[in-house]
Ligand binder design. Sequence first.
Ligand code: SAM
Length: 369
Amino acid sequence: MATRGHSEGITMSGGGLYSLATIGAKHVIDAATPMVLDAIASLSSESIADGFTLSDMGTADAGTSLTMVASAIEAVRARAPQTPISIVYSDQPANDFNALIANVYGLGPFETYLDRSEQVYPLVSGTTFYKQILPNATVDIGFSATAMHWLSSKVCNISNHVQAVGAAGEELEKFRAQAASDWRQILLHRAAELKPGGKLVLINFGCDEQGRYLGNTGGVNMFDNFNRIWRSFLEQDRITHAEYENMTLPQYYNTLEEFSAPLTDPDEAVYRAGLRLDHIETRVVKCPFAEAFAEHGDAERFAESYIPTIRSWNESIFFNGLSDRRSPAERQQIIEDYYATYRDMVRDSPAGHGMDYVHAYMVISKITV
Ligand SMILES: C[S@@+](CC[C@H](N)C(=O)[O-])C[C@H]1O[C@@H](n2cnc3c(N)ncnc32)[C@H](O)[C@@H]1O
């Protein structure tokens, strides 16, 4: 809801499942780690002498960024052996912060970085990135991966699809306008938080120069497939028309131009607030489940491993799209049937399925204006 500013109704899988199901998201963060290390190398010695703060926004259960954070801590330690290091993890209030704590403190399936270095302080915040998370001029490195495509609100239902990639006309325009306003809001808050000379490394889902986006890199278009199955449920009277339309993902994939505009146009408030675009590029990270299938060739195994990664981020939207006049058990059964249909489809005809990640990788500096 716009008033609360967080992305209403969306939650990743809890209980630590998120990071286990989304190894691809970890590959994306690992690939971005050199950018974080370069950004740390560029900070002035004075600015990190009394403390260093890294903010990981939209972190989910923090499992996918543990390796990156460990490398960042080592890089800071090499430059400032005594400086206190704060790692601030933030996500929406409904996030599973217990899973996050378990992962960061080594109670989950991952190795923690905490035993390796003194004076490292993990901190947790339930503040949305649509608000200021930390005090003015306190952040050295602001990081976020695979999170800022979630809009602050669902601006309207999409009448013929489940995601803005399939929207047209007035509906598409509403999504585009909301995304433009949200992106500027995110950046203005970050401009306030960053120390002068601080950097943002933002890895955001987007639409690349060839029109590719998540799950649409040449094979089966994943979002069209979501829609096809949801529509078949409508046609079979499993769901109502209102429920069909209500399942609209509050997301938008910016193009490079849309990402860059507020950072390069001197008339933009973000530019005037001192943020400058140092670097932007797009990269495709292959779907690890499709890649594994190319090796093992077992369609059943592919289907069983691939569907949970999709489920980890969109189940809550499908569930919340269903009428609350249905019992929770009935809603859950529809969701189970939905993913079972998708799984069977992949098992029976696996060619072209997969969720390749398409991101814009951005490095942004805060200058003194
Ligand atoms: C796909 S997960 C990415 C998690 C992790 N950063 C990664 O790359 O693996 C997206 C995360 O963004 C969070 N998120 C969505 N909207 C948000 C908001 N407005 N403020 C903070 N976090 C948000 C979700 O709750 C979720 O944990």
